[in-house]
Design a protein around this ligand. Structure first.
Ligand code: NAP
Length: 244
C-alpha cells in the first residue's frame, strides 16, 4: 500500500498535528488548507524536517471540483494515495436549536457532513480495488459531540458529526472487500483555535481526566489507525476525549 496520506484541514489544530505524526511514522503528506497558506507551509516544513516529502494544496472541501483538484494535485506531487484523513470541519456559534436558521444549518452540515462524504467518495474512487486502486485507509474525524448532543451549544454540529459516524460504519462495510478500511476518531475538548473565545477556560477541566486534550494526543491515535497496527479494525470509531 502507498505511504502517501492526504490530510484535509492540515494547516492547523488536529489536522496539522496528524500530518506531523504521520510524517514521523514514515508517510509522505499532502497538507490541505482552505485559507491559511502560511500555516500549511509550516506543516510542510515540519514534515520535511522529519525526512518525508510533503506538499500544501489549497482547496475548499465543500466544493466537489476543488476536491478532485486536491486529490489529483497530491497524486501528481507525491504518488498514489494510501490514506486520507477526513479532518476539515467547522463549528457553529453557541445557540439553542430554536434559534437556528437555514443558512446556519446549511453551513454546518455542508462543512462537516457533506464535505466528509465528498472527500470519502473521492478517496474510494482512487484507492478501492474495485476502481483499480491498491487499497488504503480513510479516517473520519468526528466528535464526541456526536454522542453527547451538545445541548445549548451546537446540536447542529453534534448532528453533523453523527452523520460522519454513520459514514464510518456504512462506508466501512461497503468497501471492506475492496482493500479499504474506514475508521473514525471522536475527539473531546481539544486545545485548538476552533473554540469560541473563553470556552476552554470555562469547561476545559470538566472531562474526567481534568484537562482539555492536546492535538498531538488525537494525532497519535490517527497515526495508529492509519497504520497496519490497526489491521483488524474497520467501521468503528475511537473516543479520544479524556473520559468525557
Ligand atoms: P481548527 O484548529 O479550527 O482547524 C480547522 C482546519 O480545517 C484548518 O486547517 C482549516 O483550514 C481547515 N478547514 C476548515 N474548513 C475547511 C474547508 N471547507 N476546506 C478545507 N479546509 C478546511 O480545528 P480543529 O480543532 O483542529 O478541528 C479539526 C477537526 O476535529 C474538525 O473536524 C473538528 O470538528 C474536529 N473536532 C475538534 C475538536 C476540538 O475540541 N478541537 C473536538 C472534536 C472534534 P485553514 O487553516 O486554511 O482555515
Amino acid at each position: 500500500m502507498s505511504r502517501v496520506v492526504l490530510v484535509t484541514g492540515g494547516s492547523r489544530g488536529i489536522g496539522a498535528a496528524a500530518a506531523v505524526a504521520l510524517a514521523a511514522d514514515g508517510w509522505d503528506v499532502g497538507v490541505n488548507y482552505r485559507t491559511q497558506a502560511d500555516e500549511a507551509a509550516r506543516v510542510v516544513k515540519a514534515c520535511e524536517e522529519l525526512g518525508r516529502r510533503a506538499v500544501a494544496v489549497q482547496a475548499d472541501v465543500v466544493e466537489p471540483d476543488q476536491i478532485e483538484r486536491l486529490f489529483d494535485t497530491v497524486i501528481a506531487g507525491l504518488g498514489p494515495i494510501g490514506a486520507v484523513i477526513n479532518n476539515a470541519g467547522v463549528v457553529s456559534p453557541s445557540g439553542r436549536v430554536a434559534e437556528y436558521d437555514a443558512e446556519r444549518l446549511d453551513r454546518v452540515f455542508r462543512g462537516n457532513s457533506i464535505s466528509a462524504f465528498l472527500v470519502a467518495g473521492a478517496a474510494v474512487r482512487r484507492m478501492s480495488t474495485a476502481y483499480g486502486g491498491n487499497g488504503g485507509v480513510i479516517i473520519n474525524v468526528s466528535s464526541r459531540a456526536a454522542v453527547l448532543g451538545s445541548a445549548g451549544e451546537y446540536v447542529d454540529y453534534a448532528a453533523s458529526k453523527a452523520a460522519v459516524d454513520a459514514l464510518t460504519i456504512g462506508l466501512g462495510n461497503e468497501v471492506a472487500k475492496e482493500g479499504i478500511r474506514v475508521l473514525g476518531v471522536r475527539p473531546g475538548l481539544i486545545e485548538t483555535e476552533i473554540h469560541e473565545p473563553g470556552r476552554l477556560d470555562r469547561i476545559g477541566t470538566t472531562p474526567p481526566l481534568g484537562r482539555p486534550g492536546k492535538a498531538t494526543e488525537v494525532a497519535e491515535v490517527i497515526a495508529f489507525l492509519a497504520s497496519d497496527r490497526s489491521s483488524y479494525m474497520t467501521g468503528s470509531s475511537v473516543d479520544v476525549a479524556g473520559g468525557r
